[in-house]
Write a protein that binds this ligand. Structure first.
Ligand code: NAD
Length: 376
C-alpha cells in the first residue's frame, strides 16, 4: 500500500524518538512491500524560533496532504513563560493541530509487560494482566464549553465559571470508537461519568446506552468517576476499554499511565472522523535528557504501531511492531528502566539508538509472510 506520513519532531527528545519510529516504519514498508513516504515539518518551540508561530502554515499543509501524522513532543524551558502570547507558546501549536483536523477521540493503551512488572509503583500482584485502553473525548466537555470571568480587573476576576457541555452527537461518535475498539479486544467497555450529580453526564450515560444496543456482543457498565479512580489502582486488570469525557479522561489517563512504570513506554493516538490520526508518545519533550541518547524510543515506536493499525488498516504490521518491542525489552532497556533489571545481567542498558536497533532486529520485524510482516 502507498501512504504519505507527516512527521513533526518538535522539541527536546522529540526528534530522537520520531527518528526511531520512522526507522521502524521504513523497515515495515521494506519488508512487507509497502510504499511509505515521509515529510518532516516544524511544530512547537522549534517552529516559534524559525517561523514565529508554533504551527506554521506549511506544517498544516503537510498534515493536510498526509494520511497520518507522527509527532514527537513540544515545549521546553526556553518557551515556558505562561504569560507569553498564544503565538509564543509551543502547546498552542498542538491544540491548534487537534482543532484543525477535528481529532475528537484520544486513545491511550496501557499494558503492563510481564518483563516490566517491577517497574510500577504498585504491588506487582495488583498489576498482573493489566491491558487497558482509555478512550477520551478530546474536543468537547468542560475544556471547550462556554466560560466566563467577571470583575473589573480581568487579571483578578471576582467570579469565574466553565461549563461541561455535551451534545448527543459528540458523545455518540466517541462511544462508537470505544465499542468498536472493544470488539478487537476483550469485549468490555466501562463508561465513566458522574450521572448522579451532573446533567451533562446523564446525557452521556443515556447516549452510551443507546450506542451499546448496537454492540450486543460487548458487555458495558457505567462507573462513577470517583469509584473509577479507586478501581484503577485497586483492580486495574479488570478494565478493558475505559470510555470517558474530556476532563475525566484527562485525569484518569494520567493515573493509568503510572501502572506501566515509565512514561517513555506509552503511546497515544488522536483520531478524526476521516481516519486521519495524530500519533504521539504520551511523554513530553524531556529537556533534562535531550541530546544525551537517553530517551526511551518505545512510546514513539508503539505510536507508529497505532498509526499502522488505525490510519492505514495494517493490523498485522502493527502487531508485529508490538511483538518486536516486547521481545526487545527482554534483552535491552534504556536508562529510565535501568532500576528494574533485578540484577539480570542478560539485560543490557543501552542508548536510544541501540534500543531502536534491538527492536529492528527482532524476528517479528524481519520476516515476510504472504499477508505482511512477521509471523504473527
Ligand atoms: P516530560 O514527559 O517531558 O518528562 C517527565 C520526566 O520523564 C523527565 O524526568 C523525563 O526525563 C522523563 N521522560 C519523559 N519521556 C521520556 C523518555 N521517552 N525516555 C526517558 N525518560 C523520559 O514532562 P515534563 O518534564 O513535565 O515536561 C517537559 C516539557 O514537555 C514541558 O515544556 C511540557 O510542557 C512539555 N510537554 C509536552 C507534551 C506533548 O508534547 N504532548 C506532553 C507533556 C509535556
Amino acid at each position: 500500500m502507498k501512504a504519505h506520513i507527516a512527521i513533526l519532531p518538535g522539541d527536546g527528545i522529540g526528534p530522537e524518538v520520531t527518528d526511531a519510529a520512522r526507522r521502524v516504519l521504513e523497515q515495515v514498508a521494506t519488508v512487507a512491500g509497502h510504499d511509505f513516504d515521509f515529510e518532516t515539518s516544524a511544530v512547537g518551540g522549534e517552529a516559534i524560533d524559525r517561523f514565529d508561530t508554533p504551527l506554521p502554515e506549511a506544517t498544516v499543509k503537510s498534515c493536510t496532504r498526509a494520511d497520518a501524522i507522527l509527532l514527537g513532543a513540544v515545549g521546553g524551558p526556553r518557551w515556558s513563560d505562561p504569560s507569553a502570547p498564544e503565538r509564543r507558546r509551543p502547546e498552542a501549536g498542538l491544540l491548534e493541530l487537534r482543532r484543525t483536523f477535528g481529532f475528537f477521540a484520544n486513545l491511550r493503551p496501557v499494558k503492563v509487560l510481564p518483563a516490566l512488572r517491577d517497574a510500577t509503583p504498585l504491588r506487582p500482584d495488583r498489576i498482573d494482566g493489566v491491558d487497558l485502553l482509555i478512550v477520551r473525548e478530546l474536543t468537547g466537555g468542560l475544556y471547550f464549553g462556554p466560560r466566563r470571568e467577571e470583575g473589573e480587573d480581568p487579571r483578578q476576576p471576582k467570579a469565574a465559571w466553565d461549563t461541561m457541555f455535551y451534545r448527543e452527537e459528540e458523545v455518540e461518535r466517541v462511544a462508537r470508537i470505544a465499542f468498536e475498539a472493544a470488539r478487537g479486544r476483550r469485549h468490555k467497555v466501562a463508561s465513566i461519568d458522574k450521572a448522579n450529580v451532573l446533567a451533562s453526564m446523564r446525557l452521556w450515560r443515556r447516549v452510551v446506552d443507546r450506542v451499546a444496543a448496537d454492540f450486543p456482543d460487548v458487555e458495558h457498565q457505567h462507573v462513577l468517576v470517583d469509584a473509577a479512580a479507586m478501581h484503577l489502582i485497586t483492580r486495574p486488570a479488570d478494565f478493558d476499554v475505559v470510555l470517558a469525557g474530556n476532563l475525566f479522561g484527562d485525569i484518569l489517563s494520567d493515573e493509568a499511565s503510572v501502572l506501566a512504570g515509565s512514561l517513555g513506554l506509552l503511546p497515544s493516538a488522536s483520531l478524526s472522523a476521516t481516519g486521519k490520526g495524530l500519533y504521539e508518545p504520551v511523554h513530553g519533550s524531556a529537556p533534562d535528557i535531550a541530546g544525551q541518547g537517553a530517551a526511551n524510543p518505545v512510546g514513539a515506536i508503539l505510536s507508529a504501531a497505532m498509526l499502522l493499525r488505525h490510519s492505514l488498516g495494517l493490523e498485522q504490521e502493527a502487531a508485529a511492531v508490538e511483538t518486536a518491542v516486547e521481545e526487545a525489552l527482554g534483552t535491552a532497556r534504556t536508562r529510565d528502566l535501568a532500576a528494574v533489571t533485578n540484577g539480570d545481567d542478560r539485560i543490557r542498558i543501552v542508548d536510544t539508538e541501540a534500543m531502536t536497533e534491538e527492536i529492528l532486529s527482532q524476528p517479528s520485524l524481519g520476516r515476510r509472510t504472504t499477508a505482511g510482516v512477521g509471523a504473527v
